[in-house]
Design a protein around this ligand. Sequence first.
Ligand SMILES: Cc1ncc(COP(=O)(O)O)c(C=O)c1O
Length: 394
Amino acid sequence: MNVETFVENYYVERKNTDSLKWDLLEERFGDADLLPMWVADMEFKAPDGVFEALTERIQHGAYGYSFVPDSYYQAFSDWMEKYFGYKVDKEWCRPATGVVSALYWFMNCFTAEKDAVLITPPVYYPFFSVVNDLNRTLVTVDMTDNDGRFELDFDQLEQAIVDNNVKLFLLCSPHNPAGRVWTEDELEKMLAICDKHDVLVIADEIHQDFALHHHKHIPAPLIADGKYRDRILLVNAASKTFNLPGLVHANIVIENPALRQKFDDYANQHIMSEKNLLGHIATEAAYRTGKEWLDGLRHVIEANYDYVKKELTTHIPEIRVCDLEGTYLPLIDLKGFLDPNDVKEFVQDKCRLAVDYGEWFGAAYKGYIRLNLATHPKLVKEAVERIVREYEKL
Ligand SMILES: Cc1ncc(COP(=O)(O)O)c(C=O)c1O
């Protein structure tokens, strides 16, 4: 599906629909009249197959307690095998009410208070919250922006693990907001270090379906022919991929039977929630029917990114639009023409945009903004034109 067809078929206005992104601007930014380019969901309807499956269930009229059926696990496993070469056994899977929920469960289940947990900023801000909220010890290894490509220093990573006696590594793969799709070599280096020092790994792979252009996402359990699979707690979801996050459903995959048992014991005591009927219905339908839709969406994201990069760098020589190998959320460095302390005033008060600010992802990244490009090209154009116009007035 080309960009025009996708946008024509699926774009939808979301204002006044209890949308966090559109209707909580006053609460979150102190200003309701901003163009929202923040938070990672989309202005696109989910695939037709999702709409049909939900509609059928809604029309049934009774929404009683449910369970996740075998057909769900088959659809999930088929998706993982077809697109990532990962054959997922139903036994390894546990449904979760969202990826962030799973991060909190894992942290509670597999670490103790004060245990050191490693993250690699700039990174999705709940990675900080889950460590801090649960009184674990936060250890950070900042990634370096090498001319728009964010990279990790593996010696530094290992040193931080040794120095702080790190127990758990929170891996974001692909990495939001660094925009990296980790290579096999990088993943192998990270996992080998974790293995050497007996560090457990949570792999948050919610952005797995957004490896753009020629980049290829590899699920962490497959690295080195599965050598590290026993220390990996994988969590992914169809929510980011198919614009379903309001249905709060995600997949936990734990191959190691001992870790799985530990998780089940934890769940028996602490996770008393039932299954979200509509969440797993939508997810199964998305895996079964959503591929063409996803290809169309990827074209939209790639075209939006190419446009943003070209327009901004043509009109603003001092700006840097970071590489986007994966996700739909590029970082843009404004430090070339703005003092980091002036970025918010420029972006919010002058450009009238709601964005995610770099410092939300790590103190060192003040001066960057993150733009959400999973939206109508006309909104991306509007955002870019505002930035260029206000830059020219400086
Ligand atoms: C890396 C990462 N993990 C988790 C989430 C959110 O997952 P959920 O909505 O399932 O809690 C996001 C959303 O942007 C994300 O970028």
